[in-house]
Design a protein around this ligand. Structure first.
Ligand code: SAM
Ligand code: SF4
Length: 447
């Protein structure tokens, strides 16, 4: 073959967690040498990948309805003489449903589980030869990462970096231990090499990812990894998500006090404030042990922004249990949070529990929970007004002349400033706060 291959259009739609966002980027990286360039619309694409999420029932249903629409685009492309559109389903729905997807939606060419992305070029070639080939996700996770680390091409100044996968906790409501498998940690050297390569390409912030990131079991644990990465020239900010309260050890808390590169933000899901419900969820912490843990973390890093996950309407949840959750939220004071109605997942222990909560009750509880959490988020943001915060600018804003970045507490910050500041950490005086963002001006005195 001579010259450059014609560019084929790749459309990837990502559902669910940040680990999927990371995986989607890596899929684009493995496919780039085959001539695939990422496009932001599925129309006319040569390859469509849906990187799916299985966590709640709605997330799974969405995939099937999206597939129905993509099938139409595939037909239109063919009818217009535009050639074939290969449709691949990746992620946790692929892992959980496997060949069922091919049965339910015949337009799908390929189903690929989260451990097999490095095989994508080969799988796509095989799918082109024979429709409907399905590869099970039975490859070792380290093999996947070895194959994927080679060609990382970051697109911005902040990047995700997966360090841990899987879960051994078996919360009774959750499918992750079944879809993502057992806890597994990447070797620290491989992570450091990836982080160095990212920093060399202008990345200033990494977010270390894992379903249980603070269960990271590589050399030195997560605290050791954070300290190791903090030494990399040019890498100024480190974050990590998502953590489990039971793996929040002294060394990691100390890192929050001692490592300036570790940002003062912690996503530490509690799920419920009722010990009875926590026990039924198999969470292995109580509301009180969680409160004490937060106190300890705040003693180490007083300004830390705490974020969490909550589930309302877990089977057997009574009004008093829900009130205990509200009380815990009041006691802790969250900077941000994600809240969900309990979704019954076939095969998980909670799906068989008595006392499933009526949908209207879940709705009503979620509304009250959200009102409290949103008020806390607004209050947290308002407390930043008048402060000068270092902001890592990431991209142009929606309005001309405006750029957007993140505060140390992960708040979006808008400022009127030249584009050349994108990629830099600049002091910004915060002037006003909304629930989802802050606005400020460059602080030239401290700059
Ligand atoms: N490992 C993390 C932890 O323990 O907090 C969470 C990972 S999970 C992908 C993200 C969140 O989804 C959970 O914290 C939980 O709040 C929510 N979730 C998981 N299963 C759920 C279910 N069956 N119904 C509703 N929410 C669920
Ligand atoms: Fe799911 Fe619990 Fe594991 Fe988090 S810790 S991924 S909620 S089983």
């Amino acid at each position: 073959m001579s010259g450059t291959a014609p560019l084929k259009r790749l459309y990837i739609k990502t559902y669910g967690c940040q680990m999927n966002v990371y995986d989607s980027e890596r899929m684009a990286d493995v496919l780039a040498p085959l001539g695939y360039g990422v496009t932001d619309s599925p129309e006319g694409a040569d390859l469509v990948v849906l990187n799916t999420c299985h966590i709640r029932e709605k997330a799974t249903e969405k995939v099937y309805s999206e597939l129905g629409q993509i099938k139409m685009l595939k037909r239109e492309k063919q009818a217009a003489g535009g050639g074939t559109m290969t449709i691949a389903v990746a992620g946790c729905v692929a892992q959980a449903e496997g060949e069922e997807i091919l049965r339910r939606q015949p337009a799908v060419d390929l189903v690929v589980g989260p451990q097999s992305y490095h095989q994508l070029p080969e799988l796509i070639a095989r799918a082109h030869r024979a429709r409907g080939e399905r590869l099970a996700a039975d490859f070792a996770a380290d093999e996947k990462f070895d194959a994927l680390t080679a060609e990382r091409r970051p697109t911005g100044v902040s990047a995700f970096l997966t360090v841990q996968e899987g879960c051994d906790k078996f919360c009774t409501f959750c499918v992750v231990p079944y879809t993502r498998g057992a806890e597994w940690s990447r070797p620290a050297e491989a992570i450091e090499a990836e982080a160095r390569s990212l920093a060399g390409q202008g990345v200033r912030e990494v977010t270390l990812l894992g379903q249980n990131v603070n269960a990271y079991a590589g050399e030195g644990g997560l605290a050791g990894l954070v300290r190791r990465l903090a030494r990399i020239e040019g890498l100024d900010r480190i974050r990590y998500t998502t953590s489990h309260p039971r793996d929040m050890d002294e060394a990691l808390i100390a890192a929050h006090a001692e490592v300036p590169e570790l940002m003062p933000y912690l996503h530490l899901p509690v799920q419920s404030g009722s010990d009875r419900i926590l026990k039924a969820m198999n969470r292995a912490h109580t509301a009180e042990s969680y409160r004490r843990l937060i106190e300890k973390i705040r003693a180490a890093r007083p300004d830390i922004a705490i974020s969490g996950d909550f589930i309302v309407g877990f089977p057997g949840e009574r009004d008093a249990d829900f009130e205990a959750t509200l009380q815990l939220i009041r006691d802790v004071g969250y900077a941000s949070a994600f809240s969900f109605k309990y979704s019954r997942r076939p095969g998980t222990p909670a799906s068989a529990l008595p006392g499933q909560v009526a949908e209207e009750v879940k709705d009503e509880r979620l509304t009250r929970l959200l009102a409290l959490l949103e008020a806390q988020q607004q209050a947290f943001n308002e407390r930043q007004a008048g402060r000068v915060l270092p902001v890592l600018f990431e991209k142009p804003g929606r309005h001309p002349g405006q750029i957007i970045g993140r505060s140390p507490y992960l708040q979006a910050v808008h400022a009127t400033a030249p584009d050349r500041l994108i990629g830099q950490i600049v002091p910004v005086r915060i002037e006003s706060a909304a629930r989802n963002s802050l606005a400020g001006v460059l602080d030239l005195e401290t700059a």
